[in-house]
Design a protein around this ligand. Structure first.
Ligand code: SAM
Ligand code: SF4
Length: 402
């Protein structure tokens, strides 16, 4: 029996097994790792894909991450901020289409006007959706007071990628005034403030090893991350890391394969988390996000940003769907997903199973149509078809996980 056979025969890989899974790059081995992860996904979270409508609010950013196309030093970007009423119109459309959740993402700012803007958007989106749309924020490092203000306003989930769990590698990717420790501390503040905590890393960074990626997965567990958004690193031509991976064009296939193994290894090790199939996968292959779903991801973030802003929010070269409207995006994705035999969780919030199971019996804020706290029932976390919570006009049901 090979080491891979032994690992795949276990109910759950051990920490020491993760680097083996991540290094299983022979085509047959890779196919077995991905198939095992897909089976776990179907058993634990179901063959359901949750949509989160993504709004790229603004590309103004005070930070200067060396890999990012909208870093403050890039002078060749037309800066924009989408007006509040346009975002609200888009969020209303998402609600009517049955999206259970929206994501508000932008470059990082922490000035009072920005804090107020996010508070206003969160408050108004909750109101227009009768408290039903779950809101994820992805707007960077903030103070504890700010995180709590936004949580009180109605944001329930927050995505802050640690980028890499290795502080030394982080320092190579950021200017000296950016701090890995501060980012890790922000994750802890978000958790203690009550958010469903999301984080993630870039995969295939220059100089990154499979051992470091394995430690990233352990970091997610250690920091109580329940939503994971991670994707391949893709160079941007106007950043200092433009040539950090030599002959990147020839390495796209290997970069995609590694990203898929990272999704699969994460699903095998943390079966009940939500994992997004990042848009960056689609840059490496037209069906990259579908491949992500077949490797164990269960979330997709259709881009609802108006096409006239999208080309100014290019984090990496080759961002797909730059001129596609939200309606076109939905139609295209629906067809692709149903062809895989998966269903789309329209009308469902798609809370992280791991988050719900860990908060059993605890009343969490939000989500009833009358704005009352939602009671999360003690389901034991195991019953097929068990009602997890009642959201007024929509209900969600658990999926058998053992
Ligand atoms: N500004 C916020 C922050 O940094 O947390 C949220 C938006 S930021 C654009 C979202 C993510 O984009 C980052 O966490 C980073 O992982 C990713 N990103 C930026 N440049 C990238 C690149 N060249 N390749 C792949 N992902 C990239
Ligand atoms: Fe700004 Fe986020 Fe890009 Fe860093 S990754 S430069 S914080 S938008």
């Amino acid at each position: 029996m090979s080491r891979l056979d032994e690992i795949l025969a276990k109910p759950r890989p051990d920490p020491d097994d993760l680097a083996v899974l991540l290094g299983a790059d022979a085509p047959t081995d890779q196919a077995r790792v991905l198939a095992a992860a897909y089976a776990v996904k179907v058993r634990v979270v179901g063959p359901v894909v949750y949509f989160r409508g993504l709004f790229e609010l603004s590309n103004l950013c005070t930070k200067d991450c060396l890999y990012c196309g909208i870093r403050r030093s890039n002078q060749n970007v037309e800066r924009y901020s989408i007006p509040v009423d346009e975002i609200l119109t888009g969020a209303g459309w998402a609600y009517e289409q049955g999206y259970g959740s929206v994501v508000l993402q932008s470059g990082e700012r922490s000035d009072p006007a920005f804090v107020d803007l996010i508070t206003e958007l969160v408050t108004k989106i909750r109101a227009l959706s009768h408290d039903e749309l779950a809101i994820t924020l992805s707007v960077g490092e903030q103070s504890e007071a700010t995180y709590r203000t936004w949580f009180q306003a109605g944001a329930e989930r927050y995505l802050l990628r640690i980028e890499t769990s290795d502080p030394a590698l982080y320092r190579q990717l950021h200017p000296a005034d950016h701090s890995w420790e501060r980012r890790r501390d922000c994750l802890r503040l978000l958790h203690s403030s009550g958010y469903q905590l999301g984080s993630g890393v870039m995969i295939g960074l220059p100089g990154q090893s499979t051992e470091q990626l394995a430690r990233d997965i352990l970091f997610f567990e250690q920091e109580k991350v329940v939503m994971i958004g991670m994707g391949p690193f893709i160079p941007h031509g106007e950043t200092p890391l433009r040539d950090a991976i030599r002959n990147f064009a020839w390495k796209r296939h290997a970069q995609l394969a590694l990203a898929l193994r990272m999704i699969a290894a994460t699903r095998l090790y943390l079966p009940d988390v939500n994992i997004a199939a990042a848009t960056a996968l689609q840059t490496l292959a037209p069906d990259g996000r579908e491949q992500g779903l077949m490797a164990g991801a269960n979330v997709i973030m259709p881009n609802l940003t108006d096409p006239r802003y999208r080309s100014s929010y290019q984090l990496y070269d080759g961002k797909p769907c730059l001129d596609e409207s939200a309606t076109q995006c939905r139609g295209c994705l629906e067809g692709r997903i149903t062809s895989l035999g998966e269903t789309i969780g329209f009308g469902l919030r798609g809370d992280s199973r791991r988050f719900l199971d860990r908060n059993i019996g605890v009343a969490t804020r939000g989500a009833s149509s009358r704005g009352q706290p939602r009671a999360v029932e003690n389901t034991g976390g195991r019953g097929e078809g068990t009602e997890i919570h009642d959201r007024g006009r929509r209900r969600e049901y658990g999926v058998k996980i053992s």
